[in-house]
Design a protein around this ligand. Structure first.
Ligand code: SF4
Ligand code: SF4
Ligand code: SF4
Length: 348
């Protein structure tokens, strides 16, 4: 494993190097426009100077744009929650892993892109400045416990590093020609991570206990979800929702007027849209063991339903049951894809 001292310019040199040497044909990375920052797929090395890889913004989980990737080599520069979703989708056979180079950096938290176009990581001082302007971290980031990169090809450490950053990789090939100086991970980094983790875990516990108080039965889940209009935004924006053909797009799951009328005749009346609880329980069943708690579903919900808290509670319980942290390791088998005779003895 190699670790190198780098600065912001070196990150752009690395991306340029990948394109110029033909190691990849495109790079999925954030770029800076005149007034905003957005995700781009860049193929022209001359445009790398417009990129803002460390920009603390999150508009959607980019892993969803990589599903069913073909045979072209590409690199992606993503947040840890996006990298974790990529690892999960690789295990779910939805992303080919042999032609994708994943780069991820420590994440100090992100804001909604509509709140500004900031290019640098959100240090404590920067967060304070933003709070003064009424801009806060995305809710998912205030409760995120996996803000350092999972297993990826290239990790960039920014937390607890006084000057510049530290790049860590097992594969030096993409770095050839960059003449990077070797560097060490500073000892103080772990303490800084601990501090951030403590704050976020406390926030998470609070969020989870609040939603648990509301969820004492299936009836109470219906109550929490009662304003859902089945617009499908949460499903569309979820990077993990992986079925190539979703049940809710089939005639059985997407009832037309006559089918609804048929059910209404049986019951006397049918609540419309139908099957809200079934929709959410299906998503829960499919996504819980792989959910990366990125919050993209809740941000896409027009009815402001507390989806993140639900996932934190449900996915948290399922993953804890199987001692599994979604997407942290590339080769850890999916909990529901195998059967171990020795597990869950208490339900025998
Ligand atoms: S959820 Fe975590 S990894 Fe994702 S953007 Fe927020 S802090 Fe970063
Ligand atoms: S269910 Fe929501 S929080 Fe979980 S991975 Fe999907 S979009 Fe992210
Ligand atoms: S985004 Fe909100 S309203 Fe739309 S289906 Fe999901 S939970 Fe329901």
């Amino acid at each position: 494993m190699g670790s190198y001292k780098i600065n912001k310019g070196d990150i752009q040199r690395l991306l340029e190097n990948l394109l110029k040497r033909g190691l990849v044909e495109g790079i999925l990375v954030q770029s800076k426009g005149e007034k905003d920052i957005f995700t781009t797929l860049i193929t022209d090395p001359g445009l790398i100077n417009t990129t803002a890889p460390l920009a603390p913004l999150f508009s959607s989980n980019s892993a969803k744009y990589l599903r069913n990737n073909g045979f072209k080599n590409i690199a992606v520069f993503v947040k840890p929650c996006e990298a974790r979703a990529i690892n999960e989708l690789i295990k779910l056979n939805q992303i080919r892993s042999d032609n994708i180079l994943v780069i991820s950096a420590d994440c100090h938290g992100t804001i909604d892109p509509k709140d500004g176009a900031i290019s640098e990581p959100l240090t404590k001082a920067k967060r304070k400045e933003l709070e003064g302007k009424g801009i806060s971290l995305r809710k998912a980031c205030t409760v995120c416990e996996h803000f350092t990169p999972p297993e990826v090809d290239i990790s960039i450490m920014t937390i607890g590093i006084d000057e510049g950053y530290i790049l860590v990789t097992d594969n030096d090939e993409p770095l050839e020609g960059l003449d990077l100086e070797k560097g060490e991970v500073p000892k103080g980094r772990d303490a800084e991570i601990e501090k951030m983790l403590k704050e976020r875990s406390e926030n998470k516990e609070k969020m989870v206990s609040e939603i648990r108080r509301k969820l004492s039965s299936v009836g109470s889940l219906t109550e929490v979800l009662k304003n859902c209009i089945r617009c499908d935004n949460c499903r569309e924006m979820c990077p993990i929702c992986y079925c190539k053909e979703c049940y809710f797009e089939t005639p059985l799951g997407d009832l037309k007027t006559d089918e609804m009328l048929y059910q209404a005749v049986i019951k006397g009346a049918l609540r419309v849209p139908p099957d809200i609880l079934f929709y959410h329980l299906t998503r829960n069943m499919h996504v819980a063991s792989s959910c990366v708690e990125c919050g993209a579903c809740e941000e896409a919900c027009p009815r402001d339903l507390p989806l993140l808290a639900l996932w934190k509670a449900i996915a948290g319980d399922v993953q804890a049951l199987f001692k599994y942290a979604s997407g942290m390791k590339g080769d850890e088998p999916l909990p529901l894809a195998g059967f171990k005779e020795s597990e869950l003895e208490e339900v025998k």
